[in-house]
Design a protein around this ligand. Sequence first.
Ligand code: NAP
Ligand code: F7E
Length: 365
Amino acid sequence: MRALITGVTGQDGSYLAELLLSRGYEVHGIIRRASSFNTARLDPVYEDPHKPGTRLFLHYGDLTSGEQLTSLMYNIRPEEIYHLGAQSHVKVSFDIPEYTGDTTGLGTTRILEAVRHSGIKTRFYQASSSEMFGSSPPPQNEKTPFRPRSPYGAAKVYAYWLTVNYRQAYGLFACNGILFNHESPRRGGTFVTRKITSAIAQILCGNQKKLFLGNLDAKRDWGYAPEYVEAMWLILQQEQPDDYVIGTGETHSVKEFTAEAFGYVGLDWREYVEFDSKYVRPTEVDTLCADPAKARKQLSWKPKLTFPELVRIMVDADMEAAGLCPVGEGIQILQVRFSDWHRWRISRLDAVQSHEGVAFEKECA
Ligand code: NAP
Ligand code: F7E
């Protein structure tokens, strides 16, 4: 099988590339040109393209331009497309709404048009988001109305309906995975979970004294990213194209995540966390909690990891990356359940970058 992944350098793209390679796929990823390396998350699976038998290939492309996408489709002829590329930060989408619409919304149109014009037969996965539900009360499922509360959420609603439209209009095997928040040691450093766990490691190292956060009362349904890329794959293996909600069915506040993470290393979060209004969004999504019954029934997908286990994995990974001796419960959970801890950890370089990302966010976001 041959798959194409947009957003292959991101959290989900990198895990999905690993999953597909482990299942014998040839994997093609679209990366955008950057002045510094943006492929650190692919380090565990990167192969020298000159070596015979290589199955991972990277191609330059940008979602803001359709110019080369049709020829990429035509030449690669992927049997499955996982469209994960997006400007994915909700708070940032208020600062750059037009760019977010271009990348996160129109980017999907460009990929779908490239599929149509190249004439290839393929299956298409759209990375839809629980952020589309916005102010609709929980629990949210496939029938819940979309009431987005951010430019990001609105762009994802547009992309959702484009995907449904290409399924109906052109008979494309096109599916939406409506994924609730999913986290990991590879989560970008400016999302709240990773911001908290990397700050804990830096506090323990003595490099950081305080952690500045915004709204602690927002509630999210947080799962573990490697399990969610498995759901993406399952969605494209079904007989009929369809749309699925993917989440744990449990919700926790940002305050609960903070208390759990600091508590795990024996610290009282109230001594370190301070409020900064610059992290508060103009409009907030108060509570997200999935009703994943359809995915359970039709995909037989069920997450294995619990909320405290997710927190422990992320804190251990950030402690290890910072050169500290991790508490160890998170490592043990992965070794027992997933057999290989080191496959899922982040590199030291990534930890440094995410710490810098936090500093940058303090100034800019
Ligand atoms: P992420 O870590 O932010 O990754 C986003 C990816 O998109 C990166 O590879 C990024 O490239 C790429 N990208 C951004 N702008 C681009 C452009 N103009 N052209 C080409 N590529 C571009 O996001 P993620 O957490 O892996 O999420 C994957 C997808 O699922 C996203 O569409 C996100 O909106 C959606 N989603 C995520 C969650 C979640 O909880 N993680 C939940 C629901 C939906 P660089 O590495 O160069 O920046
Ligand atoms: O915020 C609150 C913030 O940025 C979670 C993306 O993957 O999931 C993600 O979007 C909550 C919000 O994720 C800080 O106000 C408090 O209520 O980690 P986040 P998100 O906005 O839920 C959805 C499903 C996606 O699709 C997106 O791509 O935490 N919060 N204080 C903070 N958030 C941040 N980032 N930083 C803070 O200091």
